[in-house]
Design a protein around this ligand. Structure first.
Ligand code: RB5
Length: 147
């Protein structure tokens, strides 16, 4: 899969680990920053990844900030993004199965390296179940359309 990844200054080290892990799994990774280690503002990177996913440049995205919350809120402002913050693997699986989340987010200050890898793997291995879940996603799109 083509996977876009982004982070803020709180998550550079974990992002590097996840980029390597995704490549080990055979994915094509587009790293949209931040990479200079300087303090930065997470909305920029949430938006970059969100737009890459919605445009089809990436099949899905991974976002990491301190908690995973700020960067996912920012990404979710891009119409068509369904970014979900996960701190364990059950939620990571369910956000794909039920919500067809197109971005997974987590916090570098919340989860450790191995758990972060497991979260990403659980998300990528899961499949959207469709059916009644698609009806609910359609209703989310209707909310977006109403503005
Ligand atoms: C940065 O200090 C921190 O606020 C950010 O990484 C994130 O946790 C926000 O949600």
């Amino acid at each position: 899969m083509k996977i876009a990844i982004g982070n803020d200054h709180a998550a550079g080290a974990l992002k590097a680990v996840i980029v390597d892990y995704l490549k080990e799994l055979g994915h094509e990774v587009t790293d949209l920053g931040a990479n200079d280690g300087e303090m930065c503002d997470y909305p920029e990177y949430g938006e970059r990844v969100g737009r890459a996913v919605v445009s089809g440049e990436a099949d899905c995205g991974v976002l990491i900030c301190g908690t995973g919350v700020g960067i996912s809120i920012a990404a979710n402002k891009v119409p068509g993004v369904r970014a979900a913050v996960c701190s364990e693997t059950a939620t990571a699986r369910l956000v794909k199965q039920h919500n067809n989340a197109n971005i997974i987010a987590f916090g570098a200050r919340i989860v450790g390296t191995e758990l972060a890898k497991d979260i990403v793997k659980a998300y990528l291995d899961a499949e959207f179940l469709g059916g009644r879940h698609q009806v609910r996603i359609d209703k989310i799109r209707e909310i977006e359309a109403r503005g």
